[in-house]
Structure formats: C-alpha cells, structure tokens
Ligand binder design. Structure first.
Ligand code: GDP
Length: 449
C-alpha cells in the first residue's frame, strides 16, 4: 500500500545521500519534497505539517549538518517521526494485538461502515484467536438490516472453525447481543465477537443502535474497521465513530490494494486510537498485526525483515527446514536440495510480495514486475531440475552439452536457462561449503551467537 510514497521518499533520500556534506538548504529542500510526497499519499494536511515541523526541529537540534553521515541522520529522524505518527513510541514494543486481558467471556464489538470489511475481519480475528491463541470463540451477527449478513457470518465462522450464534428470525440487535453474551457465559467461551450492522454512510440511527449495544454489552475492545482505499474519508469516518463510540482500536482493510497509505499515517493523530490490525486480502488468513516500526521501515524502503522472517517461519515446513539446515552444515547441497528450497520459497506466495519486505528493493521491484516477476522463475528452475536424471542431480558435473540439450527440451526451457540455473547452483553450493568449513572450525557458532 505504501509503494508510491516509499518510492518518492527514496528518491528524496538518494539525492540527499549523494551530497555528502549537507548545507541547511539541502535539508530544507529535502523536507519540502518529503512534504509533497506525504500530501500526495493522502496524509491529512495537519498531520503533514506536524510531521515536517518535528523533523525540522530535530534535524536542527541534533546538528545533522556536522555529523558524519548527515543524510543517514535525516533519514533516521524521519523514521523516528513516522514511527511516532503510526502510534509507536518510547517504551512501546510496537506489538498491538487484540487485548484479551479481561475476565471471560471477553467481548469484542466490531463497528464500521457497510462494505468496509467488518464481517470478513470478524471471521479473520476469530480464526486467529482460535488457531494461534487457542481461544474458544463465539461470533454473532447483529446485522438485521441486510438479510444475508447473518448467513454470511455463519459461513465464515464455519470456515474459521468457530461457533456462530444460532439465527433467530425477527430478533433485534440488542436481543441478539444479550443472547450472545448469555450463550458465551453458559458455554464457557473465552471470546465473543459481535459484528454490528453498517450503513453506507454515517447516520444517527446507526450510531444510536451501535451505542446501545455497546452500553448493554460493555465490550473490552471496540474495533473500528475502515477501508484503506477510501483515503481521507477513512480518517473522517474514524473521527465520527470515535467521537460517538470511543473505539479502542482500528483495523485497516484492503491494504493489499493500491491505497496510497496516507490514512494509516493520519489515523493515530486524528482519532487517538491505534491501528491494531491490517486486512490484506479476502482470505481468512490475510490479517497482519500492525507494528509501527516495521511499517515505517517499509515506507522508507528499508524493508521489513522481521515480518519476512515471520512469514517464512509460518509457511516453511519446520521439519523440512531443519533437515535441510543439518545437511547444509555438513556442506551437503545437491540439486535435489536446491529443488526443495525452490518449492519452499514458492509456498511463501508471490515473489513481489516477498520482495516488498526486503530493504531497498522498492525501486527495482517496479522494473522487475515489468519483466513479469512471479513464481514462474522458480517453477521453471524446479522444472529444469525435474527433467534431470537422479545421477545428474547428484553429480551435476556430468551435465555436458548433449545432456543440457535434453534437459532443456524436457523442461520446456533453453540451454541458456539450464546454464544459468547450474551456475546459480554452483555459486550457492560453493557458499554452503565455505560456511560449513567455518562451522567445523567452530567459528560459525561463535560468530553468530
Ligand atoms: P462489511 O459490509 O463491512 O461486513 O464487509 P464485508 O466483510 O462483507 O466485505 C466486503 C467485501 O470486501 C468482501 O467482498 C470482502 O471479501 C472484501 N474484503 C474484506 N476485507 C478485505 C481485505 O483486506 N482486502 C481485500 N482485497 N478485500 C477485502
């Protein structure tokens, strides 16, 4: 979601870096460009002013101009200011999951406009709580406006493997809420998620209805769901809901789209409520925790290595990874191992999604995407290895011209592609051997600990 902003800021910082010694005008010029980039990303004007003022004050205060690497200093200051704007700060670990620290059943009230992704997010949160935190979850739809809404939630609940409150035709929202709380208590549920009705725009009737439910159920969390694609409107929506309902957290959905990201930066300043979660797709597992520091790094093109590693840990088969690591430590790395690795990387999803989390890749990513960057490259390489005989995979040295031709034909690729793959494998294999030698000398363990 932050791609355009990220590219713009990177351009600004690149120019700054090339200067070496900075004059005050250079910093001022860079700040003007940062300001324009933020405005173009749809960050609220008041927030932009506040951000740039803070950066300027600190840049002057810290005597950036005389420091060893002034550009780096400026970037660091912008980073800190972004982290703060996104809701991180001193003594804040930045982890903002849902707060369940209350006697059970803990009630979570979901509020927001119609179409914001409320019901989908209810299903996502239910799945996460059941799957990751082993909670017993009950969900209930209080949406008596849209005839299909209650059914929709029941279907999502089934996919998420949680219980949904039985539908009683003709029952009003308050009665449903009371029944849900009652059922949660009697059934010893840990969490009950109440999905309220939305409207297309904010109206008094809607607010009054949701406020009445909030009063009656006294939820521990009131989560506002907003659509990131609506930009500045999302911020206005959040302001209105927060004034009436005192929300405890915000979930931004559709961050997988090409939203300009400004709303995320304005949210905290305008509402005071933290963004807790991000919805990044239609599937039930497309829910991410919101970490201000990681998002700031992503915006500044410094990458989000922590999320990348976490994603890898979630998708990659642990037993398989350990087996592979053990072989590598012994310096054993064959084409079969390589094919295995390609398969694991393929499981992590789109390559461009992965690349987005790597430092400094934002810029080249756009170019790579032009060259149709996706997992087809991996699949091609895997196909090449698949066309080899067992013997060839174990002793690639025997693969000469005629074998290459056969392998290329068998995998629907060219001899050049086979060569490229083999070269890449050679380099990796040489690196593994070096690492393994270091490991045997005991340097690897000592060096990495
Ligand atoms: P509600 O009216 O607020 O309950 O909204 P729904 O949960 O019914 O969602 C409306 C549409 O948005 C559905 O088609 C969802 O699949 C889709 N949706 C919800 N969250 C996301 C998201 O994070 N990313 C994308 N791409 N689509 C989403």
């Amino acid at each position: 979601m932050f791609e355009t902003l990220s590219n713009r800021l990177n351009g600004v910082f690149d120019r700054l870096r090339r200067r070496g010694a900075l004059r005050e005008e250079d910093v001022a010029e860079a700040l003007r460009e940062v300001r324009v980039a933020l405005l173009e990303a749809d960050v609220a004007l008041s927030v932009v002013k506040d951000l740039t003022t803070k950066v300027r004050e600190r840049a002057v205060g810290q005597e950036v101009l005389r420091s060893v690497s002034p550009a780096q200093q400026v970037i660091k200051i912008v980073n800190d200011v972004l982290v703060e704007a996104l809701g991180g700060g001193e003594g804040d670990t930045g982890i903002r999951g849902i707060d369940l620290n209350a006697p059970s059943p803990v009630a979570i009230l979901m509020v927001g406009l119609q179409g914001s992704g409320k019901t989908t997010t209810t299903g996502k949160i239910a799945l996460r709580l059941r799957d990751k935190q082993r909670k017993k979850v009950l969900v209930a739809s209080l949406d008596t406006q849209r005839p299909a809404a209650q059914r929709q939630l029941a279907v999502l609940a089934e996919q998420a493997g949680v219980v949904s409150l039985a539908i009683v035709p003709g029952e009003g929202p308050l009665a449903i809420a009371a029944r849900a709380m009652d059922e949660a208590r009697r059934g010893y549920f840990d969490v009950v998620i109440l999905d309220t009705a939305g409207r297309l725009s904010i109206d008094e009737e809607l607010m009054a209805e949701v406020a009445a439910v909030k009063f009656a159920t006294n939820p521990h969390e009131t989560l506002l769901v907003v659509d990131a694609m609506t930009g500045q409107d999302a911020v206005q929506t959040a302001r209105a809901f927060n004034e009436r309902l005192a929300v405890t957290g915000i979930v931004m959905t559709r961050v997988d789209g090409d939203a300009r990201g400004g709303a995320a930066l304005s949210m905290r300043a305008v509402t005071g409520a933290p963004i807790k979660l991000l919805g990044a797709g239609e599937k039930l597992d497309a829910l991410e925790e919101f970490h201000p520091d990681r998002i700031a790094s992503r915006i500044l093109g410094m990458g989000d290595i922590v999320s990348l590693v976490e994603k890898a840990a979630e998708t990659i088969d642990q037993a398989e990874a350990e087996k592979m690591a053990a072989r590598m430590q012994k310096g054993l790395f064959t084409l079969e191992d390589y094919a295995n690795q390609l398969k694991q990387i393929g499981k992590m999803g789109s390559l461009s999604g992965i690349l987005g989390m790597l430092p400094g890749v934002g810029k080249i990513k756009a170019q790579l995407e032009g060259a149709n960057l996706d997992t087809t490259i991996l699949k091609r390489q895997a196909a090449i290895i698949g066309s080899m005989t067992k013997k060839e995979r174990r002793t690639p040295d025997i693969i000469k011209a005629s074998r290459k031709k056969r392998i290329a034909a068998g995998s629907g690729s060219s001899v050049q592609e086979v060569n490229r793959m083999l070269k890449q494998f050679d380099e990796m294999s040489a690196m593994m051997k070096r690492m393994s030698k270091l490991g045997q000398k005991g340097m690897m363990r000592g060096g990495l600990a």
